[in-house]
Design a protein around this ligand. Structure first.
Ligand code: PLP
Length: 283
């Protein structure tokens, strides 16, 4: 049984309560963040804290905590759950009031946190890689805001699962935006890592930002531009990045093998560099 955080209180998960009129529930009027913890230390905490503030500001929801309070809550939830490895989730909604599209300006945000244990540093799928399917982009246009509107992605990943794959690449105007819950990359046959430039078309991944810096420092060529699904299918390597899966090789798209059909060497190297650098900077 986990202990979760709800609006300033620590409660057993079965006793946790929020209102049926919470706008996160009625209107998906809420944002979330996910930070990985490895060996009791937080990976990329500053990036996640900064994106949390940006997401809230975009929706004009007041941020209920300072950066220091947020860090203290992460440490406390880990301690209360004897938690050292996995994902720490937080969700903040605009708050609760009687159902109405027009909301009151001064609602008190609802703030919940919970842990999900997993071995972040030892993912068996890194060895095999995963298959993905391409699907039309169907999410709303402000994908740079990390909202809890995850229904389209959930349905898409469910379809991938039913078709024997693990994830999706969303396609808009012929170009890949990102994956169901990660950013997408190709490695060209010349060894250039390509990932879509930042815009409202995709979430500005914290793992992506760190990885770009790390790759450039290691003299690996990086290009930020959109790529087509055909380029991905013909690439030397394809991979995804996210806080919990880190750097995940993609070995098939729409049932066709990518490159050799096995996880690629540059993907593996980038994952090693990422892990080494981020563990050294974990707090
Ligand atoms: N893109 C989407 C749609 C996501 O949901 C996520 C993570 O949940 C990412 C990208 C990767 O972001 P991060 O590296 O910050 O986890």
């Amino acid at each position: 049984m986990r202990i979760v955080y709800v609006n300033g209180e620590w409660v057993d998960e079965v006793n946790a309560q929020i209102s049926v009129f919470d706008r996160g529930f009625t209107f998906a009027d809420a944002i979330y963040e996910v930070t990985a913890m490895v060996g009791g230390k937080l990976i990329d905490f500053e990036g996640h804290a900064a994106r949390l503030a940006r997401s809230l500001a975009s929706l004009n929801i007041p941020c209920p905590v300072t950066r220091d309070e947020l860090l203290a809550l992460h440490r406390e939830i880990a301690e209360r759950n004897n938690f050292t490895d996995g994902a720490i989730y937080l969700q903040i909604s605009r708050g609760a009031e009687d159902r109405d599209f027009i909301y009151s300006p001064n609602l008190t945000p609802t703030f919940v946190m919970y842990t999900q244990a997993r071995n972040v540093l030892d993912n068996p799928k890194w060895q095999t890689g995963i298959g993905v399917i391409s699907m039309p982009e169907g999410r709303w246009v402000n994908r740079q805001i990390k909202t809890v509107q995850l229904l389209y992605s959930s349905l898409a990943k469910m379809e991938a699962h039913e078709r024997g794959a693990e994830d999706v690449l969303f396609i808009e105007d012929g170009k890949v935006t990102e994956a169901g819950s990660s950013n997408a990359y190709i490695v060209t046959k010349d060894g250039v890592v390509v990932t879509r430039e930042l815009s409202n078309a995709l979430l500005h991944g914290i793992t992506r930002a760190s990885l770009m810096d790390i790759a450039r420092k290691a003299q690996i060529k990086v290009e930020e531009r959109a790529f087509t699904i055909e380029e991905a299918k013909n690439a030397a390597e394809v991979f995804l990045s996210s806080a919990t899966a880190l750097i995940m090789p993609v070995v098939a798209i729409d049932g066709e093998p990518v490159g050799t059909g096995k996880p690629g060497p540059l993907t593996a190297r980038l994952r090693e560099l990422y892990i080494e650098d981020r563990l050294a900077n974990a707090i």
